[in-house]
Design a protein around this ligand. Structure first.
Ligand SMILES: Cc1cc2nc3c(=O)[nH]c(=O)nc-3n(C[C@H](O)[C@H](O)[C@H](O)COP(=O)(O)OP(=O)(O)OC[C@H]3O[C@@H](n4cnc5c(N)ncnc54)[C@H](O)[C@@H]3O)c2cc1C
Length: 376
């Protein structure tokens, strides 16, 4: 039987483990936390499913990923909605015609609607950067308004950097809807796992060929030296090592530390059924937190109380959890050096959001993991 070692039991590690186990590999998964699931970890308290590391909503356009995950969970349909608090009012995000009518005087809103409709038609999804670069003054000013009120300050809070310092793809993804649709995602599949992401991951890892070891920092177990992987001091025999932790830590920060954003979460229990108008409310222009999540608004049956979570971003320091890779040109340059180093190790496969230093959603984490297993 062939062996494989996987560092990390998040969705990348778990999906790779399952796919390899089904190909006949004996897989060991090493996880430094006391639980599986990585960032997608959730747990139930007083009947409410709470997401410990920030709200996770499943959405994908990849049928193969959906088919794979559906083997490990049943789903509840869930159409995610987000609102932002702007100038004292709650408006849908992405910004749509309801947001426009709520924030602008009626005559001005009507005029902007006519101009947008003539240019893009109804129900189009237009990137905000395209509006800001438009030759028509009305469209350009409207684009600037949305950028300033919804995006600019939120980005500065979230990333600790101005938008121009970040990967331009981030801005390319911010849309405005020229209709009244208020769904946050437009993917083909939009669901929540009935028993949560942890149970789904648990089912994925439940295979006779998989052993999961918790509370173990893999970096204390193996070393990389001159193209060789040393495991407990001995050369690791030609088996794949799939690594989903931080790539800079793996190489002892030899080309410098990569930057990450961390998050601090404050949970609050309130003795009433509802706290806010949507599952997630963004606060782009006020408070130190970026958003408040209300967990009972996901797929929870009615409760007498509710639980909310405020999310405070900050710069990562040693000991924090590295939530988001910061894809600035400087960091990507450092990352490329680690990437070149990886090429010198035949059986080393970095994977996932930390291994590849790329912000990815859960579905892409699973898609990449399945592709790696397929290739092996
Ligand atoms: C706040 C937040 C909200 C998000 N919301 C969504 C969403 O709504 N929808 C969506 O699709 N995606 C969302 N994501 C992205 C999603 O979390 C990731 O795509 C997915 O969890 C990636 O899984 P991963 O396995 O690559 O990484 P992780 O989940 O980080 O797993 C890596 C695992 O490796 C372990 N590990 C690291 N180093 C070591 C070591 N040295 N030894 C042993 N173990 C180690 C870690 O403890 C961790 O368990 C969100 C992310 C964040 C931060």
């Amino acid at each position: 039987m062939k062996n494989a070692l996987i560092v990390g039991s998040g969705l990348s590690g778990a999906a790779a483990a399952r796919a390899l186990a089904e190909k006949g590999y004996r897989v060991q998964v090493i996880e430094k936390l006391p639980h599986i699931g990585g960032n997608a970890y959730d747990y139930t308290e007083e009947g409410i499913l709470l997401h410990k590391y920030g709200p996770h909503i499943y959405h994908t356009n990849f049928p193969a990923v959906h088919e794979f995950l559906s083997r490990f969970t049943e789903w509840t349909p869930y159409a995610h909605k987000v609102v932002a608090r702007i100038d004292g009012k709650f408006v849908p995000v992405p910004f749509n015609l309801t947001s426009l009518e709520t924030l602008f005087p009626k005559e001005e809103a009507d005029y902007i609607k006519v101009v947008l409709s003539a240019e893009y038609g109804r129900d189009a999804k237009v990137p905000v950067f395209e509006l800001r670069a438009h030759k028509n003054d009305v469209i350009r000013k409207f684009g600037d308004y949305v950028f300033e009120k919804i995006f600019y300050h939120y980005t500065v809070k979230q990333w600790g950097r101005k938008p121009e310092a970040l990967n331009p793809d981030i801005l390319k993804r911010v849309p405005v809807y020229t209709g009244y649709a208020d769904g946050y995602f437009t993917d083909l599949f939009q669901y929540m796992p009935v028993k949560g992401f942890t149970t789904m991951t648990e089912n994925m890892l439940d295979h006779a060929n998989i052993e999961v070891i918790l509370n173990e920092d893999a970096l204390l177990l193996f070393k990389l030296r001159d193209g060789k992987i040393l495991f407990n001091g001995k050369e690791y025999p030609g088996a794949p090592l799939i690594y989903t932790g931080c790539i800079d830590a793996l190489f002892g920060f030899k080309y410098g530390a990569l930057a990450y954003r961390t998050l601090r979460f404050e949970f609050e229990r309130h003795g009433r059924t509802g706290f806010q108008p949507a599952a997630v409310v963004n606060y782009p222009n006020e408070h130190d937190y970026t958003r408040i999540t209300e967990f009972t608004k996901f797929t929870c049956p009615p409760q007498k109380h509710t639980v909310i979570m405020k999310e405070y971003p900050g710069e990562y320091a040693d000991g924090d959890i590295p939530y988001y890779p910061i894809e600035t040109p400087d960091n990507l340059e450092i990352h490329a050096k680690y990437g070149a180093e990886v090429a010198g190790y035949k059986n080393l496969i970095p994977l996932g959001r930390l291994g590849r230093y790329k912000y990815i959603n859960m579905d892409v984490a699973v898609k990449d993991a399945l592709a790696v297993a397929e290739k092996l």
